[in-house]
Write a new protein. Structure first.
Length: 460
């Protein structure tokens, strides 16, 4: 009998596993506050958390269209990683190499800062600091992996190490694995448990969190909702991939789709064949991007780009994933982990991450208008959102700190092209990346020229 079709959408497997939280009351009329945060994902909640910690007497309001963690914060791959979001080279051109080295050092420390905060607040998020592996399973990938390790060391990742095929196999059995890079600055987390626990911690501090409250406009010191206006000295936009829904923001950041599948729990004999006892996070060196984790309850969760972008920056709020994407990810899981090929896929879903036109995030506050924002984390937001929130907090408080001197502070990116150029460019870029991956799977020993063309289209 064939396995039943996996659950598709319904936000994410993470929330299906934990259960959806009861929604907090929506805004019930016009109100004033010291700070109004728009968006109750990681960035918005961490910002509210650190503002309230620094200024307990301030009235901080958070507004959320759905419920806390409905967006990428409740759908991501669970990588609490020290990877810098964006391009170190671009940051260095703008602010100098030393600023990038400080950025990398702070991102590495931030992993431990988040874990320590989870402990203090009693947030059980299946956290294990296990590091991450970037695996090469084709000759061209191996050359690219070696070059990337050398590049990363120049930008501050001095403790990232190359592993031989034998050393990789001692950790995890990946079909065709030729080698890997191991970086210790990463922890596995359960996305929904993290964001739900953080929301509870914020409310305990006295933050007013209003869910089921869509924001229809953001202006200087004011936020408009169907239930009334919030007037605040500071208005902070923390809406990441859903930013395109706000008036005037359709071309600010591109909502890039990323899709995931998760298997049913693997039997113990299958795990003995795969290994993965260290529970490291996992990615490979394909251009189209692949990432995964071994979950706390013994599943494999695997993600990739799928259908990367919907015309007009539309967002599928329910998290539905195309059948072709589910089949492609399932085939990839079976190819890389043949021992798990017979284990059914339990759930598939998708979410959106925010991509600025230059693929580099920003944290900014206009003191004249009180408007600020943080985001554009290009898929690296689990840790970066915490550092960005602390940076945004410093800016609101008017403090000059090591964080406010980071290279993402005060910067901006040009807007994305209008349609149909935006749709054609993104789909053309990922078609080229996938074609490059196919070429490299056919024993090509150097990076495909198609990938270099796609990099030019992407402005990476």
């Amino acid at each position: 009998m064939p396995a039943p079709a996996p659950v598709n959408g319904q936000v994410s497997f993470w929330f299906r596993q934990t259960g959806f939280p009861a929604r907090r009351a929506p805004l019930d009329g016009p109100t004033d506050a010291d700070v109004c945060v728009v968006g109750a994902g990681y960035t918005g909640l961490w910002t509210a958390y650190h503002l309230k910690k620094a200024r307990p007497e301030w009235d901080v309001v958070v507004l959320e269209r759905e419920f806390a963690g409905f967006g990428a914060s409740g759908r991501n791959g669970g990588w609490l990683s020290g990877k810098i979001p964006g391009s170190p080279e671009r940051f260095a051109r703008e602010r100098g190499k030393e600023s990038v080295l400080r950025f990398q050092a702070m991102m590495n420390r931030e992993v431990d800062e988040v874990l320590a905060t989870l402990d203090r607040e009693g947030i059980e998020a299946d956290a294990v600091k296990s590091g991450y592996l970037r695996v090469a399973h084709a000759p061209a990938q191996l050359g690219r992996l070696r070059a990337s390790v050398e590049r990363n060391r120049q930008w501050g990742n001095t403790d990232e190490v190359l592993l031989s095929a034998t050393e990789l196999k001692e950790r995890i059995e990946v079909a065709g694995g030729l080698g890997a890079a191991y970086n210790p600055h990463c922890a596995r987390v359960h996305p929904a448990r993290l964001v739900t626990g953080l929301a509870e911690a914020v409310v305990r501090l006295g933050v007013r969190l209003h869910e089921s409250t869509p924001v229809t406009a953001i202006g200087p010191r004011s936020v408009t909702t169907p239930f009334g206006e919030v007037t605040a000295r500071h208005v902070l936009r923390c809406t990441e991939g859903f930013t395109s829904r706000l008036p005037g923001e359709k071309r600010t950041w591109l909502p890039m789709n990323s899709s995931m599948i998760v298997s049913e729990p693997l039997p113990e004999d299958v795990w003995r064949g795969i290994g993965w006892a260290g529970e490291e996070l996992f990615s490979d060196q394909t251009h189209a991007y692949l990432y995964g984790q071994r979950t706390a309850d013994g599943r494999i969760a695997l993600g990739g780009r799928g259908v990367p972008y919907r015309f007009g920056s539309r967002v599928d709020a329910a998290g539905g994933t195309s059948a072709s994407t589910v089949a492609s990810l399932a085939a990839t899981l079976a190819r890389l982990f043949p021992a798990a090929a017979s284990v059914p896929v339990a759930h598939a879903w998708s979410g959106v991450l925010a991509v600025p036109r230059d693929w580099c995030p920003s944290v900014r506050l206009d003191r004249a208008t009180g408007l600020g924002w943080a985001g554009g984390f290009v898929g690296q937001g689990v840790t970066a959102s915490h550092l960005a929130a602390r940076t945004l907090t410093d800016l609101v408080l008017g403090e000059d700190t090591e964080r406010t001197r980071l290279p993402w502070t005060g910067r901006g990116s040009r807007r994305w092209e209008p349609e149909p150029a935006r749709w054609l460019g993104v789909h053309g870029m990922y078609a080229a990346y996938r074609a490059a991956d196919r070429q490299e799977e056919d024993a090509r020993t150097t990076t495909s020229p198609l990938a270099r063309i796609a990099d030019v289209i992407a402005s990476r």
